[in-house]
Design a protein around this ligand. Structure first.
Ligand SMILES: [Fe+2]
Length: 566
């Protein structure tokens, strides 16, 4: 970030190609410096979004009861104290020459800063909710101009994120990030077990604080610690089991990953989601009452629950919602930087994150070289360069013809959603497109929905809400009369996790959707991330690889259209 303006933001996983990669993000830092045209010794401030000294009392209390958890936390502390050395080592520099001032920003304060300081609001209520960070799971407050105030927090072991993860594990989804799958599954069930879940998460909106508590008998993490481990082979993280036998006693037998999904599991997913919404929306109502503000900024893993977010307008007094595209822990980096700039240095607000394109981009020559070097440049594929105006029309015609296109343009997205620069796009009108995409490219669970990208100006004609959702962090009901027109990205419950696309934010993607509308009357394309069980593609080489490896029909990269000749 230079003088309050965000210059670059990217996750290490896009470079080292390991999803949710942990460890020191040397390649991401190197890229950000390159993009800014700066050297390490020209950096004035380094902000690290973790403060090992936060909530030391609570930490020590649990450390005495959980020696192994305490050891792993002390490991984390050691890692963060050596950050100057780590930076110097990664860049082969002398630590003494790094003149930057180092700042530690508490996890949830960085989350709140990531949401508020880049939002379009001058004042807003703020809520961060996730699994666990610096021994807290939840924090709320209010932001006004270049300051934010913290009004409360909920400490370990009570956590909405861990609640969701525990039930996700119970349902047989054990991988890091699988909560998203269960949210998709929830739409297929009935919330018949909500009463049981009210005992698992207890909410008291009547009290002075925004309090919820976990029914700790259903969990083990307060006794064992949430144990995170990293796979030897590729460093993918796994979280140890969080739920206790009592959960199985109350909800019935657990499901093993390979077991078939039954209606009972779908109903439990629906009940889990229903209870999350009750507590989350309850907290937001309380926050609206306490602050008297009309806008809210959300962050933390729970802020990715687009289904719950979509219900904010009907269930709370809030009229505006902002969730920046990297609402999870990746976004902490941006939050920590803005916390230093505004909260510590007192600089005035001057920046709004109104698009997500803060990652690496590639010029035509780099794209051309990558094509020439790959087998797509040889026989079996045709490569044609198109003029700026012609390309969207060509691509839209192929989509309307049922073709599946890789769409690689400009700078890569910040955050886990592909938003029209590293996307796979397809015809939303074809009911079978979801299955075709899964068979040919994505290989995802059949119950997971695909998302619609819609021209922002057409939102109210197709969805029951029209508040902007530029980062796919809100799900709205598709208008009933429109559902049969866009069946592929309409979920079983009639909702869509939409991306509203403006001409200003992404002119080229907007023109593609506009061209599709001109052809078909439908201002929507199906948009899914450009990858196949890997981090989203970053460089042209990875896009070509994915194109050649899967059964995608065509790849548009910059001005080039690559099709298979066969
Ligand atoms: Fe977090």
């Amino acid at each position: 970030m230079c003088d309050g303006r965000l210059v670059a933001a990217v996750e290490e996983e896009r470079f080292n190609r390991v999803k949710y990669a942990a460890g020191f993000p040397a390649q991401a830092i190197a890229y950000c410096l390159r993009e800014a045209g700066l050297k390490l010794d020209e950096i004035d401030h380094v902000a690290v979004p973790r403060n090992p000294y936060a909530r030391l009392g609570t930490k020590l209390f649990y450390a005495l009861r959980m020696p192994s958890f305490a050891r792993s936390r002390i490991g984390v502390l050691a890692k963060f104290t050596g950050i100057r050395e780590a930076l110097a080592k990664a860049f082969d520099a002398d630590p003494a020459k790094i003149s930057a001032q180092f700042h530690r920003i508490e996890h949830h304060q960085a989350h709140l800063a990531s949401a508020f300081f880049v939002s379009p609001f001058d004042s807003a209520a703020l809520l961060s909710a996730d699994g666990l960070g610096d021994f807290a799971s939840t924090m709320w407050g209010a932001g006004r101009a270049n300051r934010m105030e913290i009004d409360g927090a909920i400490a370990f072991p009570h956590s909405l994120g861990l609640y969701y993860t525990a039930v996700t594990q119970y349902l047989g989804f054990l991988k890091f990030g699988d909560e998203y799958k269960v949210m998709g599954l929830a739409a297929y069930g009935q919330p018949e077990e909500t009463e049981a879940f009210r005992d698992i998460v207890r909410f008291d909106a009547g009290g002075a604080a925004n309090g919820f508590r976990l029914g700790l008998d259903y969990f083990v993490h307060h006794r064992t610690g949430p144990e995170m481990s990293w796979a030897e082979a590729d460093q993918t993280p796994t979280l140890g089991r969080l739920f206790s036998q009592k959960m199985a006693g109350r909800l019935g037998p657990t499901r093993a990953p390979e077991e078939a999904l039954e209606q009972r599991h779908r109903n439990l997913a629906a009940s889990l989601q229903a209870r999350l919404e009750e507590v989350y929306l309850g907290m937001l109502r309380k926050l609206a009452e306490q602050s008297g503000l009309k806008s809210v900024c959300l962050a933390g893993g729970v802020a990715f629950n687009c289904v719950a977010n979509g219900k904010i307008f009907d269930n709370t007094p809030f009229e505006n919602v902002y969730v920046q595209p990297a609402a999870g822990d990746a976004g902490l980096a941006v939050g920590a930087a803005y916390f230093v700039w505004h909260q510590k240095l007192g600089k005035p607000r001057s920046f709004v994150m109104d698009h997500a394109y803060w990652g690496p981009g590639f010029v035509a020559q780099e794209i051309r070289s990558a094509i020439d070097a790959s087998s797509a440049g040889g026989e079996g594929c045709s490569v044609v360069e198109f003029a700026e105006e012609e390309l969207p029309r060509r691509a839209a015609a192929m989509i309307a013809d049922g073709k599946i296109l890789g769409w690689f343009q400009g700078r890569a997205e910040w955050g886990p959603r592909a938003l029209g620069n590293r996307s796979i796009v397809a015809d939303p009108r074809r009911a079978d497109m979801k299955d075709i995409l899964n068979q040919r490219i994505k290989h995802r669970e059949i119950f997971r929905p695909f998302a619609p990208s819609i021209l922002a100006e057409a939102t109210s004609e197709w969805f029951e809400k029209s508040h902007p959702s530029p980062f796919m962090t809100l799900a709205y009901a598709v208008r009933p009369e429109r559902r049969s027109q866009i069946p592929a990205p309409t979920h079983v419950d009639g909702t869509g996790r939409l991306q509203t696309v403006t001409r200003e934010a992404n002119p080229r993607y907007w023109r593609l959707i506009k061209a599709f509308q001109d052809l078909t009357g439908v201002p929507v394309v199906l948009n899914t991330s450009f990858n196949d069980n890997e981090p989203i593609v970053c460089r042209p080489e990875e896009a070509l690889d994915c194109f050649l490896r899967t059964r995608m029909d065509a790849l548009v990269m910059g001005d080039f259209l690559i099709t298979r000749s066969a």
